[in-house]
Design a binder for this molecule. Structure first.
Ligand code: MN
Length: 240
């Protein structure tokens, strides 16, 4: 096995898109098994309402992650869709949950890992919502409700969020450049890796500074790899 790192995000697994689940199953079986580390930077699932959800549509992927975890180290940073994924799930499936920002040292380079929603500071409504639902008290209260009620509430929130997004410009929903600068500076980092915006790219942000945006999984797998010999490579069908 190589000392390769892989990074993915934004698969948004959902029963309505079985082809995406099939792509990820294939990726875990054929690609991720050759890597030493797999980092999942959020929004693996379109919705996660608690570790007690039987989620039958996700069991193939979960079983494969558990198997993969025996040979590849698995790490997860919460996204805005699956932030309720918790310690029970992580323990049962050989996954290490990471707080964000998470700092990774790759060949002495300081690399920051985040989902990306925290960088979108122009979206004030969303940041207020995020503060609410990330509070431990809110989460404890929500998770104490019956699953059926959580599902109803999530569907309502989703409707509200889609309506709100339809009225926002693409710019508001992208990263804020000052937030990006702060992220580099506060972490003393030269590279930021994030997903969330679904705009795969490698941006140069200054001398020696780069921001790598992971792609969402739509028609083909999208992932970033890193090895000491090759450095970073962003594999996304939209970039070729
Ligand atoms: Mn997201």
């Amino acid at each position: 096995m190589s000392d390769e790192y892989l990074f993915i995000s934004d698969c948004h697994l959902d029963a309505s898109r079985p082809e995406v689940t099939a792509m990820l199953v294939n990726f875990l079986q054929t690609r991720a098994v050759t890597a030493r580390y797999l980092y999942i930077l959020g929004d693996l699932f379109e919705v996660w309402l608690g570790d007690d959800d039987p989620a039958p549509e996700h069991q193939d992927v979960i079983r494969l992650l558990r198997q993969l975890g025996e040979t590849t180290d698995l790490f997860f940073i919460a996204g805005n869709r699956d932030f309720l994924l918790g310690n029970d799930f992580a323990r049962a499936n050989n996954i290490t949950l990471l707080d964000e920002p998470h700092l990774l040292l790759l060949d002495k380079a300081r690399v920051v890992l985040v989902h990306g929603d925290l960088l979108c500071t122009d979206d004030h409504d969303y940041q207020a919502f995020r503060s609410m639902v990330r509070a431990p008290e809110w989460q404890a209260d929500f998770l104490a409700k019956p699953l059926s009620l959580r599902q109803q509430m999530a569907a309502q929130m989703r409707t509200y969020s889609l309506e709100a997004m339809a009225q926002k410009s693409m710019q508001i929903m992208d990263v804020n450049l000052a937030a990006v600068e702060n992220c580099f500076r506060d972490n003393g980092a030269s590279t930021i890796i994030h997903g969330h915006t679904h705009r795969p790219a490698v941006h140069t942000c200054g001398p020696g500074l780069r921001r790598i945006v992971l792609g969402d999984w739509d028609r083909e797998p999208s992932y970033l790899s890193w090895t000491r010999e090759q450095g970073f490579k962003l594999h996304d069908p939209r970039l070729t």
